[in-house]
Design a protein. Structure first.
Length: 406
């Protein structure tokens, strides 16, 4: 077993307090973007990136700052790790023994200092793992819960039972290869849940991915931004929350989605304009848009319609090329045959500068960063003057060095 991540509390000066280690969970493929946001928003030190994990530490954790993370799916206080947790059932007992040695009471004290108004009386355990195992997640949860219940004095609620609207401490166990990580959820709800998103429809975009796309585009104060397939407004809302001074326009051919988008934007208290428009015939002047951030229909949950659907593949994205400014950037989430179309996009007047694959809900679409064909495009993929530009460029390099995507 590796040593615990927490050290006992001492009455010492702030400068002498040992850093506290956290674990952020994310979609696979955007770990490096989440790391950049954690550095800038939480003032933290990134320790390592893994599959859907970002490990970081900070000596002065602020719950308010951590709650502002837009690209992370969830956030946990790291407690400790166990090794030699293989696929065999004997690993269940090893998990119990290791869990009993973890500093659960100390971790709960640290978490209560972050969340002083959180009166937990019960806990639940969520387990996950990569690869095949001779046991399931529920067996992991029930075995680990024995030692946690003894150490914390809290009541255990199995994940198969209804929550009955009780606030409870969330505990996570994640196993990768032969390593198990134990952690406590920092907030009552996962970070990916957005209170503003009261309206949703098929094909709606996962909010943390929308925020990651907005950061990848290089948001700058005062620029105008377009989403020609805005749906219920997730990309526009996430972009405006990251950089409130932008002028964001969301367009969609479906008026019912626009009605939901307006409700969501009002709930989020963001300034986003919406208009009814076919993405194949945008009522927008040529070369007038600084950034385009969009999620075209994948033809899985949502079908393509209108002039966009009728256009031949080589012309399908011609409107994006027409309205994008000479120094503009477009970030597109592309799935299926449209990815092959983008890879051959050069003759249309746009160039693919960067692409990476992400994993979401069992699908594996591609994120593309494209620009107009120019000879003066900077060498760096990331817009250094954009929001979090320096941190994004640094963590892009870190991801490459760690053999993680991209």
């Amino acid at each position: 077993m590796l040593g615990p991540f927490l050290t006992p509390k001492k009455t010492v000066s702030t400068d002498d307090i040992a850093p506290i280690r956290f674990l952020a969970r994310s979609l696979h493929g955007i770990e490096w973007i989440v790391a950049a946001e954690i550095e800038e928003v939480a003032g933290a030190t990134i320790l390592c990136l893994g599959h859907r994990e970002i490990h970081f530490e900070t000596a002065k954790p602020l719950a308010e700052a951590l709650s502002r993370l837009r690209t992370a799916d969830d956030l946990f206080l790291a407690v400790g790790e166990a090794r030699q947790i293989d696929r065999h059932r004997t690993s269940l007992e090893r998990l119990v023994r290791t869990s009993s040695q973890m500093p659960w009471a100390n971790a709960l004290t640290t978490l209560r200092e972050l969340r002083r108004s959180a009166p937990w009386t019960s806990f639940s355990v969520t387990a996950s793992f990569l690869g095949k195992r001779n046991y399931n997640r529920y067996e992991i949860e029930d075995h680990v819960a024995k030692s946690i219940r003894s150490a914390t004095g809290l009541m255990y609620r199995p994940s198969l039972e209804s929550t009955a609207d009780r606030r409870e401490l969330g505990i996570r166990v994640h196993i990768t290869e032969e390593r198990a990580t134990f952690s406590l959820r920092v907030f009552d709800e996962p970070l990916h849940r957005r209170a503003y998103k009261q309206r949703s429809q098929p094909g709606t975009l996962h909010p943390p991915l929308a925020a990651a796309m907005a950061l990848l585009s290089g948001l700058r104060p005062g620029i105008n931004v377009l989403d020609p397939f805005c749906g219920v407004g997730t990309i526009g809302i996430e972009s405006a929350r990251l950089e409130p001074s932008i002028q964001f326009t969301g367009a969609d051919i479906d008026v019912s989605k626009l009605a939901d988008a307006r409700i969501n934007a009002t709930n989020a208290k963001t300034r986003v304009a919406f208009l009814t428009s076919d993405a194949g015939r945008l009522p927008i002047a040529s070369l007038s848009v600084n950034r385009i951030i969009t999620n075209p229909p994948w033809r899985i949950a949502v079908d393509a319609v209108g002039a966009f659907a009728a256009a031949p593949p080589a012309k399908r994205f011609s409107e994006i090329e027409r309205v994008l400014s000479n120094d503009g950037r477009a970030v597109l989430l592309i799935h299926g045959d449209d990815a092959a179309t983008l890879d051959r996009w050069g003759p249309v007047g746009l160039t693919v500068r960067f692409r990476m694959q992400v994993s979401i809900f069992g699908q594996h679409p591609w994120l593309y960063l494209v620009t107009r064909d120019t000879n003066d495009f900077p060498t760096a993929v990331i817009d250094q003057e954009g929001l979090l530009g320096t941190a994004l460029q640094r963590n892009l390099g870190r991801a490459a060095e760690s053999n993680e995507q991209p």
